[in-house]
Design a protein around this ligand. Structure first.
Ligand code: NAD
Ligand code: GLY
Length: 366
């Protein structure tokens, strides 16, 4: 097992926390135990993950005297909603959970975002723990404290920054993950290489076949290096007033794709991959990234089995949905663009004609 730390700035380290990464560590209750203020916890999971991992987790905790309340949600991005959030509050209240009862998220990014938001707001905040079981959640969403739900008008529009007390990423849980979900997780792994870690991008290019074949060493290394990158960015800018925005490379386009097609039609990672190709192409048209850089990005996503052509949902629809992006400031959409491979920046002055022209020429009928 390897352990990294998220060291949060402007604190006495009281809110910093460990990320444990290893194979078969989900049932190592001691990793969680020391972060529970009370020997009681609610485990939020879903109908797919519960039959796979819930019993083992409950038994391990019970063995150490922790009683658990399981909260099993419907599965799917479409359930990342107020209604599902309310199901969590209903269960917490029915079971008389208290301020010291921890909320444990067991699942992918949807469960983690929902459970985290519930933990942030239930009784004005209860302890929160992340046990991510998808590659995407292990490399990205379980770290950094972004929690929330979708709104009919936009993705991840309602939420809170709320950090977990510990993250336990058991790479063995990826054995049961469908191939399509594994590939979607690779989109966020590649992101770190593109925005800040070109050496990692070289490594991914050399190891993408091993990652797709679920080589355990390759997966563990990808999780470790991704979490190192994420922890460094979050430590520098917890609440996204600066550098953290760079983690959203491809997301402004990607969220618009997810929304336009209907949540769950394209997976988040798939939309991010196609969105990143659009961001790369926009960067090139603005004189930043060169053509070889765009081709390299496209080739890597294609090798990872991810979409590289964004769907044509209409330029107006893209512009409309992107106008609701969380990075909009003073009414202007701010895009994360690439100066070169390994170096990203936020750009607030993309000329409207360049953006529209790029969307017209680079999106295609599915
Ligand atoms: P997901 O949570 O929907 O999980 C994908 C699928 O895999 C689901 O059907 C799930 O039930 C299933 N699953 C989970 N673990 C499994 C396992 N071990 N074996 C078999 N099946 C398993 O999707 P995701 O890709 O994990 O997360 C995407 C979500 O995360 C999006 O809502 C996105 O907005 C969010 N996100 C949040 C952040 C953040 O910082 N909070 C970052 C990136 C993405
Ligand atoms: N996934 C983007 C962030 O955590 O900031």
């Amino acid at each position: 097992m390897q352990t990294l730390r998220v060291d949060l700035a402007c604190s006495t380290d009281a809110r910093g926390y460990p990320i444990h990464i290893g194979s078969g560590i989900l049932a190592r209750a001691e990793l969680v135990l020391q972060h529970l203020p009370q020997m009681r916890a609610a485990i939020v999971t879903n109908t797919t993950v519960a039959p796979l991992y819930l019993d083992a987790l409950r038994q391990a905790l019970s063995h150490h005297g922790v009683t658990t309340v399981p909260i099993i949600l419907p599965d799917g991005e479409v359930y990342k909603s107020w209604e599902t959030l309310n199901l969590i509050f209903d269960a917490l209240l029915h079971n008389r959970c208290e301020r010291h009862t921890s909320v444990i998220a067991l699942g992918g990014g949807v469960v983690g975002d929902l459970a985290g938001f519930a933990a942030a707001s239930f009784l004005r905040g209860v302890p929160f723990i992340q046990l991510p079981t998808t590659l995407l959640a292990q490399v990205d969403s379980s770290v950094g404290g972004k929690t929330g739900i979708n709104h009919a008008l936009g993705k991840n529009m309602i939420g809170a920054f709320y950090q977990p007390r510990v993250v336990v990423a058991d790479s063995a849980t990826l054995d049961t993950l469908p191939d399509r979900e594994l590939r979607a997780g690779l989109a966020e792994v590649i992101k770190y290489g593109l925005i800040r870690d070109p050496g990692f991008l070289d490594w991914i290019e050399r190891n993408v076949d091993g990652l797709l074949a679920r080589d355990p060493d390759a997966l563990t290394e990808a999780i470790r290096r991704s979490c190192e990158n994420k922890a460094a960015v979050v430590a520098a800018d917890e609440r996204e007033s600066g550098v953290r925005a760079l983690l959203n490379l491809g997301h402004t386009f990607g969220h618009a794709i997810e929304h336009a097609l209907g949540y769950g039609t394209w997976l988040h990672g798939e939309a991010v991959a196609a969105g990143t190709v659009l961001a790369a192409e926009l960067s090139r048209r603005l004189g930043m990234l060169d053509q070889a850089g765009v081709a390299r990005i496209r080739a890597l996503y294609a090798r990872a089995g991810l979409p590289v052509a964004a769907p044509d949902v209409g330029v107006e629809k893209y512009l409309d949905l992107m106008g609701l992006d969380k990075k909009v400031a003073d009414g202007r959409v701010r895009f994360v663009l690439l100066r070169r491979i390994g170096e990203a920046r936020v750009h607030a002055d993309v000329p409207a004609d360049v953006l529209s022209g790029m969307l017209r020429e680079c999106t295609s009928h599915a």
